[in-house]
Write a protein that binds this ligand. Structure first.
Ligand SMILES: Nc1ncnc2c1ncn2[C@@H]1O[C@H](COP(=O)(O)OP(=O)(O)OP(=O)(O)O)[C@@H](O)[C@H]1O
Length: 647
């Protein structure tokens, strides 16, 4: 045996080298892959004049060789695979060098059955090496005659081997590229997000199946198209800006989140909100952009649904609280009986009702009664106190807003009109509605439609409107503070709630009912109202009306002694009254007070309450509590009556 390792290949004699090279070129020039190896071994056998030649691929994990082509005695050996242990090929692999047994090979490998069967006398093998020196396979020849140990034979052999190694490397690289492409294809194919690749002119160069799905458009109708057709114009401008920004960043950091998302447009006309990320990359000095895009309509809708369910839940809770707190309208006085008759008449219709009355007369209770007796009773009654909401927020409270409509509007919000759809909306203190919003309310009343703040899509609703005011709306119209057309549209069915002092014995009926209710609540027995109590209650003016009566009775029940109501501390007049302002004394003529006198009365009463609480308006020990008013109602009354804290 001889090994030619370390020897530098000797130059072939001109003719032989030419012949070998020609053999390779002619035999393999047009072939690639497995055809190439077949041509190679055939030509190798021809060039060296051996009766067998083969080329293999090596699998180091199993130490096996698998033939890529095996030429023997003028025919092909199919599917040849061998364990290299104990074969001359093992030496080729292990030494990684050309191995040559020029003669009597069977004496060296007496147990090599295949060599014996082939009648082999000589063997020559050479490893096929990768550029990094790892073994890809080998190439070998056997012959029934000795193969002379000549440098030119080795040189020819090496030329063939180098060509075989190059092809094997190419095949492996090709297989690797294919495997990677397949992996990328599977990845893109299974991605839930649309992945769109754009060239530098915004033209779509590739899309994945998810992109076809979200845009409802086949890839062949997308590729080559200008992507700007698939998004809003404004978004296209934004994307171009972002891409320019990315190009200014260092490589590896050229990606970003498209903040605020995009509005994507399907070719068939529909559109959807999308979240997107953008990245830039360069291939052969050409820039590309990848856009990963997700349709977030379902998610946004789910969020909105949750939001509106939460709001609805809050509203229903408020309603439930109100129902538990308030109960039915009590009263048999002619004034209240008329109101009850009006409610019964108007409730089944869809007419707008304008309930007028002083504070605490039961306007909200009447609105509830109208809703409860209407065909809409199964749907919600949505209440909005126009005085309690700051002017800047009332529009979005009533009509909802889109994200970004104003600072702080991060999410879409359903407005009260939308929530009241198919139900009833009760607009309390309608006189406080800012003048600039009044046309929008008029439009809902007339057309049943409105535009949410910051939104372009008009919403249609079917809402019955009930409104209440403790102001003289007709006067507000005259003063230019309330639109005349809106006033008439609201005043379809006016319902005036008389103040408590006009309800005669109802004061006593209400007091008795409230006393029983509070006593039951705190679990104390209570004797019926005495005639003296009734007289004192009727003698009082009740500027805070039923709400004030309720509060007085609650105090009287709490401070009751021996089951008897204690009006001494509860009734404002009895509780060491400070001097009465003129307006709080006897009415001017015939027991009737003018509206002006009442305003003065209310003003004086609020001032008394504020003086008592040291100008604390809300909370524990505040004037609102004392007056039995909502703090927001009190604030709006103070504003209306121009009551300011003395500096
Ligand atoms: N006729 C009545 N029977 C029983 N309770 C009543 C009656 N009228 C009013 N109330 C009670 O008095 C309180 C005040 O009533 P409500 O809130 O309806 O008055 P309002 O006129 O809407 O007040 P505001 O002008 O402050 O909004 C509530 O607790 C209500 O339940």
């Amino acid at each position: 045996m001889s090994s030619s390792s370390g020897e530098s290949p000797l130059p072939l004699h001109g003719l032989e080298a030419d012949a070998a090279l020609r053999a390779i070129l002619e035999g393999t020039a047009t072939e690639t892959g497995h055809g190439f190896f077949a041509a190679l071994v055939q030509n190798l056998a021809k060039a060296l004049g051996t009766h067998g030649a083969w080329v293999t691929e090596y699998f180091p994990e199993t130490r096996r060789l698998r033939a890529l082509a095996f030429w023997m005695d003028g025919g092909w050996v199919k599917d040849y695979e061998v364990d290299i242990a104990g074969t001359p090929c093992e030496r080729v692999i292990d030494t990684a060098q050309l191995v040559h047994f020029p003669d009597r090979i069977l004496e060296i490998y007496p147990h090599e059955e295949e060599l014996r069967q082939a009648g082999a006398v000589s063997y020559m093998g050479v490893p096929l090496l990768n550029t990094d020196g790892t073994i890809l396979g080998h190439m070998a020849v056997i012959d029934r005659r000795p193969i002379p140990e000549e440098p030119r034979v080795h040189a020819i052999f090496r030329i063939f081997a180098a060509r075989a190694a190059a092809e094997l490397q190419r095949l492996r690289a090709e297989a690797e590229v294919r495997a990677r492409e397949e992996k990328v294809r599977r990845l893109l194919g299974s991605a839930m997000d649309a992945i769109i690749e754009l060239d530098d002119h915004f033209r779509i160069s590739s899309v994945n199946p998810a992109a076809e799905k979200v845009f409802q458009c086949r890839s062949d109708r997308m590729i080559g198209e200008d992507f700007r057709r698939f998004i809003d114009q404004e978004d296209a401008r934004r994307l171009a800006g972002l891409i320019a920004d990315l190009d200014r960043r260092p490589p590896g950091r050229q990606f970003c989140w498209v903040s605020g998302g995009l509005t994507a447009r399907c070719p068939e006309g529909s559109s959807f909100p999308a979240e997107a990320t953008l990245s830039r990359f360069e291939v052969r000095r050409q820039k590309f952009t990848t856009l990963i895009l997700r349709n977030v309509r379902d998610r946004i809708e789910a969020e909105q649904k949750i939001q509106s369910l939460q709001t609805e839940r809050e509203i229903l809770r408020e309603e439930l609280d109100a129902l538990q707190r308030d109960g039915a309208l009590i009263g048999e006085s002619p004034a209240l009986t008329q109101v009850l008759r009006d409610i019964a008449q108007v409730a089944p219709t869809d007419a707008t009702v304008l309930i007028a009355g002083e504070t605490g007369t039961g306007k909200e209770l009447v609105a509830r009664a109208v809703h409860a007796a209407s065909a809409r009773r199964e749907r919600p009654l949505i209440t909005v106190n126009c005085a309690a909401i700051p002017a800047t927020l009332i529009e979005s409270e009533l009509f909802g807003h889109e994200p970004g409509a104003f600072t702080g509007a991060t999410k879409r919000r359903e407005g009260r009109f939308a929530l009241a759809d198919k139900g009833t909306i009760f607009l309390d203190e309608i006189g406080e509605l800012p003048l600039d919003l009044q046309p929008k309310l008029l439009r809902v009343l007339q057309e049943g439609e409105f535009d949410p703040v910051g939104g372009s899509a008009t919403k249609k609703v079917n809402v019955r409107v009930l409104a209440a005011t403790n102001r003289d709306l007709a006067k507000a119209v005259k003063d230019g503070r309330f639109r005349e057309d809106l006033f008439y549209r609201l005043n379809v069915f006016p319902l005036r709630l008389p103040p408590l002092r006009e309800r005669g014995d109802d004061i006593v009926r209400l007091a008795a009912a409230f006393a029983q209710r509070f006593a039951a609540k705190i679990g104390r027995p209570l004797a019926p109202l005495t005639a003296d109590c009734a007289r004192r209650l009727k003698a009082y003016g009740w500027p805070g009306n039923v709400r004030e009566l309720q509060n007085v009775i609650e105090r009287a029940v709490i401070t009751a002694a021996d089951g008897k109501l204690n009006l001494d501390r509860a009734l404002p007049e009895a509780a060491a009254p400070p001097p009465m302002p003129a307006a709080m004394q006897e009415p001017s003529a015939g027991g009737i007070r003018t509206a002006k006198e009442f305003e003065e009365l209310e003003r004086a009463n609020i001032l008394r309450a504020l003086a008592t609480t040291n100008w604390k308006v809300s909370g524990e020990g505040g004037a609102a509590r004392l007056l039995g008013m909502n703090p927001s109602t009190l604030s709006s009354r103070m504003k209306a009556l121009k009551i300011h804290k003395p500096s």
